[in-house]
Design a protein around this ligand. Structure first.
Ligand code: E4P
Length: 217
């Protein structure tokens, strides 16, 4: 499973890039707002730090304008992935942009049939939002499983990018189902390494080691 980080915070991205665990980045207009920086500038900086796909979202709602914006974003760097919303206009833009060889992430997916349409439109990534479905008492993980099955049934290459990930369990379950990627907020991504028994075990080993009076030299 690939890990993308869901943020436009360059400090967090640099820190995670140094771990070697990062395969890409996703941003959206809300995350750009939080970063409080010009979008093109921040996307350029992220693309220079991370080798993998960096999703940058169009804000137009009509196909031709989405294509125009998408191409402007793609000029920032070779690893920009144009993010379009899952609307009919977005799917048309997706078809046109992937047809020209651009990477496209179709976002705001909340149903399996939406994901089927995105794959038919040639999407590079489909982003089903787990957490936002869970928020309204629907089953975000069931959506990931449905999409996995549909894509496998028909041999679609579109990668399932589990989005709106909130917990360690979301990552675990999405990995068990076979999502290709999880995009995870920085704090949740860093939290994946933690286990209380790891900390407890390490404390005990270090305490015993100290008692031996030895050093490794
Ligand atoms: C995905 O690309 C989105 O940016 C993101 O995962 C949305 O997550 P949220 O529901 O926590 O805002």
């Amino acid at each position: 499973m690939k890990f993308f980080v869901d943020t436009a915070d360059i400090t967090e991205i640099k820190e995670l890039q140094a771990t070697g665990l990062l395969d890409g980045v996703t941003t959206n207009p809300s995350l750009i707002m939080k970063a409080n920086r010009p979008m093109k500038e921040v996307v350029a900086e992220i693309c220079a730090v991370v080798d993998g796909p960096v999703s940058a979202e169009v804000t137009a709602t009509e196909t031709d304008a989405m294509i125009r914006e998408g191409k402007i974003l793609a000029e920032i760097a070779d690893n920009v992935c144009i993010k379009v919303p899952l609307t009919l206009d977005g799917l048309k833009a997706c078809k046109a942009l992937t047809g020209e060889g651009f990477l496209v992430n179709v976002t705001l997916c909340f149903s399996a049939v939406q994901a089927l349409l995105a794959a038919k439109a040639g999407a590079t990534f489909i982003s089903p939002f787990i957490g936002r479905l869970d928020d309204i008492n629907l089953d975000g993980m069931a959506l990931i499983a449905d999409i996995r099955r549909i894509y496998d049934n028909y041999g679609f290459d579109t990668e399932i990018l589990a989005a709106s990930v909130r917990t360690m369990n979301h990552v675990r379950e999405a990995a068990l189902i076979g999502a290709d990627v999880a995009t995870v907020p920085p704090a949740t991504l860093k939290g994946l390494v933690k286990h209380p028994l790891t900390d407890k075990g390490l404390d005990a080993f270090l305490a015993d080691w100290k008692k031996t009076g030895q050093t490794i030299a």
